[in-house]
Design a protein around this ligand. Structure first.
Ligand SMILES: [Zn+2]
Ligand SMILES: [Zn+2]
Length: 642
């Protein structure tokens, strides 16, 4: 059979030869190859080859390679736990983006001392350099095998697998784990395993199930990489929006109010107001009409929209009122549809673009709630566009331009774009899907945006474009989405009168740029570590006196700044100036303006930046200029290209 290395040599290889051996015969063998992709599927190096194929070696520098690496690391950690604590039962242990975890059923939480021992034992298992082998079972044999080993969670997992398909397990020394694989060839292929922390986690994420003991860890080829990763983790912790949100008094989530329900304190609310004002202003400029809709509606509306059938588990329970049932809204779409439908529409009226900062409520299990990132009540920066099929591409292009403009304004400059196509379970005719998918693709191409194809990843009602932003720490966050919808126009029997005088179905586009304001704020907090750019800072300048003599001067300066539209505060407390500066620095205020007698006499201020930079003495007029430049520089206008 002919085996070719991707972008490399090819040769005739004996059928049945393993991937690893084939690579050596092709002269590509090296210890840093972790696994390989054969015709697109990631497999073990020990997998035999049976047909002509293209082989791509995977190393630590690829995300697939890292996943295999981390996944193998989680097995090594699990083996260490089983050796030290034989009564611990295995459950699941996936690889994460830069780390991994394993959940064990164990009678008590693991202590920091346990973690040290487990880490040492993992290092020992790496040293043993055990061969990792794959083994196939029938479903019944797998159940019997893991039952005999006392691994009841594994048995439960296997029972949930489809009948008739082989089940695989991986063995290293005496350790066997149910696993789809693939894995590294030996335990010695791992450099260093570092355990990070423990947490409680419910089996299958459901709080009605037993609590498991989760251990998080990471692994890298070298210890230097581990150190760099740990430093990054520290930085992530330092920027955690829950911590910063509390330190800067931006938001709170209180149990008396309910999990996943956010209180915006004055400073957080000030930032939100800026975000919202910017959002509204730009939408109006870009041809959107802003609307408002109530937080609840008759249950029947959600029946028509299909949410009751397809989305009920994510909705709050309905409530009875005057013999009718009402539903707290999980989405804004049906309301916008009803506004569209309130008039007869002509082809000349389209496109119609409705935008709303619409607050929705969704049921999320307590276990998955996370600060601002996963909540039960949040405001979507939502919009629905109704257009003719021939307008789709242009509308999507406009939305893309607008999205990138908004995201860039907030300081995000790196994006990852995905185009998701028709999933197996979906509604609508092929011609619709083809038309919409090619319109999305054409829009991306017309803007020279490179994108990944997510085959089958679309919504059941239409294809979509998702945009992920990268934050200052290189983490990706999915925020923006543009989704074509054939289903709702059908369900609500939407129409417009075409040029031919007949009724036609419009196409509906759902889109959100930030996604949820709560989550976007959480991302912003972490992106900036709370040090918002001047245009977004809740307080832009604190003006401080050195002695009581300058009180009136300070008050006059603050009044001037405020009159010019800046958010300024006076700090007239009878405290040392060093203390006041430190406080303002801690509050991440962009500018500290200090006045003693000399400044007062000269009509100047001594200006400091929050990073400790000394900007020098400036007149009040110069300070106003400085602030103005900072603000306008960040908030460029959207130059209309369409
Ligand atoms: Zn595994
Ligand atoms: Zn929608």
């Amino acid at each position: 059979m002919k085996i070719s290395v991707k972008d490399g040599p090819s040769a005739d290889i004996r059928t049945g030869e393993t991937v690893g051996d084939a690579l050596s015969e092709l002269g590509i063998a090296s210890l840093d190859i972790l696994a390989a992709k054969v015709d697109g599927a990631v497999v073990d190096l020990s997998r035999p080859l049976s047909a002509n194929s293209i082989v791509e070696p995977l190393r630590f520098d690829s995300s697939e390679g890292r996943e295999v690496y981390r996944h193998s690391s989680t097995h090594i950690m699990a083996q260490a736990v089983k050796e030290l604590f034989p009564s611990a039962q295995l459950t699941i242990g996936p690889a994460l983006e830069d780390s991994f975890y394993y959940d064990f059923a164990f009678e008590r939480p693991f202590t920091p001392e346990d973690l040290e021992r487990i880490e040492e034992r993992a290092a020992e298992i790496i040293k043993r350099n055990l061969t990792i082998t794959r083994r196939e079972f029938s479903k019944q044999d797998a159940i019997d095998f893991f039952k005999a080993r006392g691994e009841h969670y594994k048995v439960e997992l296997i029972q949930g697998f489809p009948d008739g398909e082989p089940i695989t397990a991986y063995t290293q020394g005496d350790f066997v784990d149910l696993c789809r694989g693939p894995h590294l060839p030996t335990t010695g292929s791992i450099g260093t395993i570092k355990l990070l922390n423990t947490a409680g986690a419910y089996w299958r994420g459901d709080e009605r199930n037993p609590m498991l003991q989760r251990i998080y860890g990471t692994s890298f080829p070298t210890s230097e990489e581990v150190d760099a990763y740990l430093a990054r983790l520290e930085e992530i912790k330092r920027r955690d929006h829950r911590r910063v949100g509390k330190e800067l008094d931006l938001i709170s989530i209180q149990d008396e109010i309910g999990p996943g329900l956010v209180l915006w304190h004055p400073k957080g609310a000030a930032v939100r107001l800026l975000i919202e004002n910017f959002w509204r202003e730009q939408h109006i400029r870009d041809g959107y009409q802003l609307v408002y809709s109530p937080h609840t509606a008759r249950l029947d509306l959600w029946k028509t929209s299909g949410h009751l059938e397809y989305y009920r588990e994510n909705m709050f329970p309905s409530m009875k009122l005057e013999g009718s049932e009402y539903q707290l809204k999980p989405m804004n779409c049906p309301y916008h549809i009803m506004i569209y439908q309130s008039h007869l529409r002509s082809y000349r009226d389209l496109p119609i673009r409705y935008g709303e900062l619409g607050t929705v409520y969704r049921y999320e299990r307590t276990g998955v709630l996370h600060g601002l990132m996963r909540v039960r009540g949040f405001t979507q920066d939502d919009a629905h566009l109704f257009c003719r099929p021939d307008q789709m591409e242009q509308e999507v292009s406009r939305v893309l331009d607008f999205t990138f403009f908004v995201l860039r304004t907030f300081g995000f400059h790196q994006f990852e774009v995905f185009l998701s196509t028709r999933p197996k379970e979906s509604v609508g005719g092929d011609e619709h899907w083809t038309l919409a998918t090619s319109a999305l693709e054409a829009a991306l191409k017309s803007r020279n945006i490179s994108f990944h194809l997510d085959l089958g990843g679309g919504a059941f009602y239409g294809p979509k474009i998702d945009i992920k932003i990268k934050d200052a720490l290189g983490r990706s966050w999915q925020c923006s989405t543009v989704q074509v919808d054939f289903n709702n126009p059908e369900r609500f029997e939407l129409s417009y009168i075409g040029e031919d005088g007949k009724a036609h179905r419009p196409i509906m586009i759902h889109r959100a740029l930030m996604g949820s304001i709560e989550r976007f704020f959480g991302i912003l907090i972490e992106h900036y570590g709370g040090a918002f750019p001047t245009w977004l800072a809740p307080v832009q300048a604190v003006v401080m006196n050195i002695t009581d003599h300058q009180r009136d001067y300070i008050a006059a300066v603050v009044a001037q700044l405020k009159a010019a539209g800046f958010r300024a505060e006076a700090d007239l407390r009878n405290e040392k100036i060093g203390f006041k500066i430190r406080e303002a620095e801690k509050a991440k205020v962009p500018f500290m303006l200090v006045a003693g007698n000399r400044e007062m006499q000269d009509g100047t201020l001594s200006v400091r930046g929050r990073s400790g930079s000394n900007i020098g003495n400036k007149t009040v007029a110069e300070v106003l200029d400085l602030l103005q430049t900072e603000v306008t520089h960040a908030q460029q206008d959207f130059h209309h290209t369409h």
